[in-house]
Ligand binder design. Structure first.
Ligand SMILES: NC(=O)c1ccc[n+]([C@@H]2O[C@H](COP(=O)([O-])OP(=O)(O)OC[C@H]3O[C@@H](n4cnc5c(N)ncnc54)[C@H](OP(=O)(O)O)[C@@H]3O)[C@@H](O)[C@H]2O)c1
Length: 192
């Protein structure tokens, strides 16, 4: 078990992985939480802090613990997990969106810093997918998990050098700014 929001837990788990599985060559920083956030309520700050610890500091700590180790492997991959909401925010979850935007930015720098090493850096950018996140297992507006996984695996197999894994459903978010539709998409996500 690892609690990625806890620095000591990450250190302990990383040390165990390196000693028990020294050929490990893939790190996927997938753990994340997404909670409703209302800036006018008393519990907002605690939720926001938990979100930053898990979604931003967690991946950063994991990458700090593993990057030198992975760079020592013949061939390795670090996959970060951002979100389409990194590119247009869902106003209902401001800190969540902000952590994912930060992960996108961090991943770009990480890719440049590791360019001369054996480590490929890939950013998975999911759209809404039917998982336990925000209790959207049955959500009609979220993508079925099996469809998402199948599309991701096809992209990984057919375009293994892509920096970002973008299924079709996420492109309206990922490319909103470039397409000039950012404000319309933001209005839509605002429930207007
Ligand atoms: N589903 C979507 O619509 C969607 C869209 C965009 C991005 N994403 C991202 O995709 C990633 C995976 O989410 P998901 O959809 O699979 O959600 P999920 O079904 O809620 O799974 C989240 C996973 O993260 C783990 N986790 C949470 N906090 C942790 C911590 N402090 N330490 C260790 N593990 C922790 C959970 O473990 P426990 O079950 O043990 O708590 C669970 O396995 C997240 O980074 C999420 O932000 C998801």
């Amino acid at each position: 078990m690892i609690d990625t929001a806890d620095a000591a837990s990450v250190e302990t788990a990383a040390a165990e992985v390196k000693s028990r599985f020294p050929q490990t060559n893939v790190l996927i920083t997938v753990a994340g939480i997404m909670m409703p956030e209302n800036v006018l309520t008393a519990d907002f700050l605690a939720t926001a802090e938990n979100t930053v610890h898990t979604n931003l500091l967690g991946p950063i700590r994991l990458i700090a613990a593993f990057s030198e180790f992975l760079a020592g492997q013949v061939d390795a991959t670090i996959m970060t997990v951002s979100s389409g909401l990194a590119f247009v925010p869902l106003p209902f979850t401001p800190t969540y969106n902000a952590t994912k935007a930060a992960i996108h930015s961090f991943t770009q720098s990480l890719r440049v810093q590791l360019a001369g090493t054996s480590v490929q850096v890939i950013e998975l950018v999911p759209p809404a997918v039917r998982t336990a996140l925000m209790g959207q297992e049955e959500s009609a507006t979220a993508m079925p998990l099996e469809d998402f996984l199948a599309e991701v695996m096809t992209i990984l197999q057919t375009q293994p050098d892509n920096d970002e894994i973008l299924v079709e459903n996420v492109k309206f978010l990922r490319y909103a700014e470039a397409r000039g539709t950012h404000n319309q998409v933001l209005e839509h996500l605002s429930g207007h």
